[in-house]
Design a protein around this ligand. Structure first.
Ligand code: CU
Length: 175
């Protein structure tokens, strides 16, 4: 597909450099019943050898340390889930319709393409940028981004024991 300038999508990293038109996809995060004030944006941008993921979120719940066998609230597990469906469903177990982790190469948890770093809240605000070579921005169009109540342990199978789902966002193509 060509864009307005007649340039093929995808980056050409040689010469001339202006022919680079990175593919970009994005998701708007909306909190569910467990975090109704949560709003956020995730941007997936093609960069040399992979994808840069930028996320900015407001309205995360206040941190609560672990107590007994109750997991802490925050830092927040953050993943790609396989189904692009952000229906709330059961209000006590929201966003189950998004399915499990997106795991196209059948890896153990901790190495799923959709395993992301946790989000650290700063009075409800979090921002982070990281790099992954496990997918391109187009690969994740139609998947869902989920923020969880509790941290991912990158160990429990299949999903890291990150607890309930606070927010969901459907990934769409930007360019
Ligand atoms: Cu998840």
């Amino acid at each position: 597909m060509t864009n307005y300038y007649g340039v093929q999508h995808g980056c050409y990293y040689g010469y001339p450099p202006y022919r680079c038109v990175p593919s970009i996809s994005f998701a708007q995060l909306e909190g569910g019943p467990l975090a109704p004030g949560l709003k956020g944006l995730v941007i997936f941008r093609e960069v040399p050898n992979g994808t840069e993921v930028y996320v900015e979120v407001n309205g995360l719940p206040q941190f609560k340390p672990a107590e007994g066998n109750q997991a802490p609230i925050g830092p927040h597990g953050f993943h790609l889930h396989e189904k692009g469906n952000c229906e709330v469903g059961d209000e006590t177990e929201p966003f189950k319709a998004a399915g499990g982790h997106w795991n196209p190469t059948n890896q153990p948890h901790g190495n799923h393409a959709g395993d992301f770093p946790v989000l650290f809240s700063n009075n409800g605000y979090a921002r982070m940028t990281f790099f992954t070579n496990k997918f391109s921005p187009q690969d994740v169009v139609g998947k869902a981004v989920i923020i969880h109540q509790s941290p991912d342990d990158y160990r429990s199978q299949p999903s890291g024991d990150a607890g309930k789902r606070l927010a969901c966002g459907l990934i769409a193509k930007y360019q």
